[in-house]
Design a protein around this ligand. Structure first.
Ligand code: CA
Length: 573
C-alpha cells in the first residue's frame, strides 16, 4: 500500500513541474465564482500550494510556507490590505484557511465566515445554532480553531459535538453529524483534519471526566468510519494502567488537530490529561493520557504510543501538536516527530516506531525532572499534591507551552516555540464524579516562574538537539501560534495587540504592526493570490489565560486588554 502511494505522489510532483498548473498558478487564475476542488492529491502537496489548505498548512504540521515575496528586507513595508470585524467579544483562536480566492475563518460560538481572500468581501456566513446546554462543559472559552477543506466542502467541529459539512461556495449545509450529547462533559474546539476521504476530529472534556475519543467520518456523508477511545477498557491492551472502572470518566481529551505521515500511512494525535486531576485517585500510568498516539487512519488502530507524563497530576495535557520533520541525530538522518509539551520538555521521537530520541527542557521544569534512556519520564513524586498537601511546581498547568502551535523552518532546522514562564501551587481536595460538573480534585494558583524576566517568550530551538538558539522575551504571556516562511521570516502576535515579524535566524523583530483592536491569540497563516503574498491573523483576546490564569490574568496590563474579534490581512502593495 505504501509503495503505491509513493508512486502516485511522485507522479503528481512531476506533472506539476511540467504543466505548472498545480497550486499557485491554478488557484491564482480562478475567479471568485470558481472554487478549486480540494483533492487528496492537493492535500498531500499542501506544503507547496498557493493557499493555506489545512490548520497547520500541511500534513507534517510545520506551518512553513514556501513564499518569498515578503522578505526580511521588505517586511517593514507590510500594510493592512483589509480587515473584517466578527462582532464577537470572546477568544479568537482560529486559523484563516485559504483556497484560492476563498478564505474561511471560524469564530467563537462556531460561526464560519467565507470571505474573498483578496478583498475581505463576505461571501457567506454560517452560524451553528448552539443551546445553552452546549456551553455548559466548555472549559476554556467558547473558541473554535479552524475549518478543514475537502472536495467542494468546508468542515467545522462544534462546541455541541457536531461536525458540519457546508458547501464551500454557498455555505449550504451538506450534512450535520452529532457525535455526542452536549452538557455532560464533551465539547469540540478542534480544527478537523482530512485524511483519505475522512474527516478526523477529537473531543475535549478533560476537566469534566468525559471519556474522550478521536473519530473519523466519511467526508461525503458524515457516516462514522471509526472511533478510537483514548483510554482503553480493562480488557484491552494497557487497560490495566487504571484502577477498576476508572476508564468511564478518565478524560484524556484529543482537542488539537493531529498530523499525518503519508509515507508510513500513520496519523499522529495528541491526548490530554487524565481525570480527575488528583492522581492519587487513579493509581497507574493511566494510558493513553498525556501521550501521542500513532494510529492507522483507515481503522483507528493504535500502532504505537509514547507517554510524555505518566500518572499526571498537574494537568500537563500531552495534547500539543506533533510536527513531522527529518532531523540529524547522532550523525544519522531520522524521521522525527517533534513536540513541545505542557510539561516543559521539547521532545524528538522516531516517528516510524515511537522510539525516544531526546528531550530537552525549554522552560523551568520541576515536576518531570528527566527521562530514562528509553524515554520514560522521571517525575518528582514529592510534588504530587494531596488533600492537605500543597506543592509548588513548574511549569503551571497552563504549560511551558499550551495549544499555541509552533512552526518549523526545515531548511534552517529551527522550531519556533511560544513559551509561558509560569509555575503554580496545587493542593488536593475531595471530589466525586458528577456528569456535567468539573472533575478536578485540586485547587491551584498560578505564580511567576522564579527568576524569569517575564511571563512570555518566543524561542527558536535547534531541532537536531533541542537546544535554544535565540530568545525573544515578553513581559506579558505569549499566547499565539507561529508561521514560518522560506524567506526566513517568522510571524506571531502579542497579547497587547501587535502582530510581529521576527528574523528566523536571530529573533530580531523586523516589523511590528500598529496596535490592533485586541490581543492576538489567533493562529496566523500566509498565502498567495493573484501574485501577492498575504499574511492573515485574527485578533480577539480570550481563551484559557483570562479564565484560569489567576495572578497572571489579573495583572493590569493583561486585564485591560480590549475585547472584540477582528481579522487582519497584511500585504505589501
Ligand atoms: Ca486539561
Amino acid at each position: 500500500m505504501t509503495t503505491k502511494r509513493h508512486r502516485h505522489a511522485s507522479g503528481l510532483v512531476l506533472a506539476c513541474a511540467i504543466a505548472t498548473t498545480c497550486g499557485l498558478s491554478a488557484t491564482s487564475q480562478a475567479a471568485t465564482s470558481d472554487y478549486p476542488a480540494v483533492t487528496q492529491q492537493r492535500l498531500l502537496h499542501a506544503e507547496s500550494d498557493s493557499g493555506w489548505l489545512m490548520y497547520r498548512r500541511a500534513y507534517n504540521s510545520n506551518a512553513y510556507a514556501p513564499f518569498k515575496q515578503i522578505t526580511p528586507e521588505n517586511v517593514k513595508d507590510l500594510k493592512t490590505a483589509f480587515t473584517y470585524k466578527t462582532g464577537l467579544k470572546q477568544g479568537h483562536e482560529g486559523a484563516p484557511i485559504v483556497n484560492g480566492h476563498y478564505m474561511f475563518i471560524t469564530t467563537p460560538l462556531d460561526h464560519l465566515v467565507a470571505l474573498d481572500s483578496t478583498s475581505g468581501k463576505v461571501l457567506w456566513t454560517y452560524k451553528k445554532p448552539l443551546s445553552k446546554r452546549a456551553l455548559k462543559t466548555v472549559c476554556c472559552d467558547v473558541v473554535n480553531r479552524g475549518a478543514a477543506l475537502f472536495g467542494d466542502n468546508v468542515y467545522m467541529a462544534t462546541l455541541d459535538n457536531h461536525v458540519v459539512a457546508l458547501d464551500a461556495k454557498t455555505g449550504k449545509v451538506q450534512w450535520d453529524k452529532k457525535l455526542q450529547d452536549p452538557g455532560v462533559g464533551y465539547a469540540m474546539t478542534v480544527a478537523p483534519l482530512i485524511v483519505d476521504d475522512k474527516v478526523v476530529v477529537g473531543e475535549s472534556g478533560g476537566e469534566y471526566g468525559a471519556r474522550d475519543f478521536i473519530v473519523a467520518l466519511d467526508a461525503k456523508t458524515g457516516k462514522q468510519v471509526w472511533k478510537r477511545y483514548t483510554v482503553p477498557t480493562p480488557n484491552e491492551p494497557n487497560g490495566d494502567t487504571w484502577p477498576k472502572g476508572a476508564y468511564k470518566h478518565a478524560g484524556a481529551p484529543a482537542w488539537l488537530t493531529g498530523s499525518y505521515d503519508p509515507e508510513t500511512h500513520t496519523l499522529f494525535w495528541g491526548v490530554g490529561n487524565p481525570g480527575p486531576w488528583l492522581a492519587k485517585l487513579r493509581p497507574g500510568k493511566n494510558l493513553y493520557s498525556d501521550s501521542v498516539l500513532a494510529l492507522d487512519p483507515d481503522t483507528g488502530k493504535i500502532k504505537w504510543h509514547y507517554q510524555y507524563t505518566e500518572h499526571d497530576t498537574w494537568d500537563y495535557d500531552g495534547v500539543n501538536h506533533s510536527v513531522l520533520a527529518d532531523i540529524t541525530f547522532k550523525g544519522k538522518r531520522v524521521k522525527a516527530l517533534l513536540h513541545a509539551d505542557r510539561n516543559g520538555w521539547f521532545y524528538a521521537l522516531d516517528r516510524t516506531n515511537g522510539k525516544f530520541l531526546y528531550a530537552e527542557p525549554f522552560t523551568k521544569v520541576t515536576s518531570v525532572t528527566d527521562h530514562k534512556a528509553d524515554g520514560e519520564p522521571i517525575e518528582n513524586q514529592a510534588l504530587y499534591p494531596d488533600v492537605g498537601k500543597e506543592i509548588f511546581t513548574c511549569p503551571s498547568f497552563l504549560g511551558g507551552k499550551n495549544w499555541w502551535p509552533m512552526a518549523i523552518n526545515p531548511k534552517e532546522g529551527l522550531a519556533f516555540v511560544p513559551t509561558l514562564h509560569a509555575c503554580m501551587t496545587m493542593k488536593g481536595t475531595s471530589v466525586a464524579y458528577m456528569a456535567g460538573l468539573p472533575y478536578l480534585g485540586e485547587t491551584f494558583k498560578i505564580k511567576p516562574e522564579p527568576g524569569s524576566k517575564g511571563w512570555g517568550e518566543v524561542q527558536a530551538i535547534d531541532i537536531n538537539n533541542g537546544k535554544q538558539v535565540w530568545s525573544y522575551k515578553s513581559k506579558l504571556p505569549w499566547n499565539d501560534g507561529m508561521v514560518a516562511t522560506a524567506s526566513g521570516l517568522v510571524f506571531s502576535g502579542s497579547i497587547d495587540g501587535h502582530f510581529m515579524a521576527f528574523d528566523g535566524k536571530t529573533g530580531k523583530v523586523l516589523w511590528k504592526s500598529p496596535k490592533l483592536a485586541s490581543g492576538i491569540i489567533g493562529v496566523p497563516t500566509t498565502y498567495e493570490v493573484d501574485g501577492h503574498q498575504y499574511v492573515a491573523v485574527m485578533a480577539g483576546w480570550g481563551g484559557a489565560t483570562p479564565i484560569w490564569g489567576g495572578q497572571m490574568a489579573q495583572a493590569k496590563a493583561v486585564a485591560d486588554i480590549p475585547r472584540g474579534g477582528e481579522l487582519y490581512v497584511f500585504a505589501i502593495k
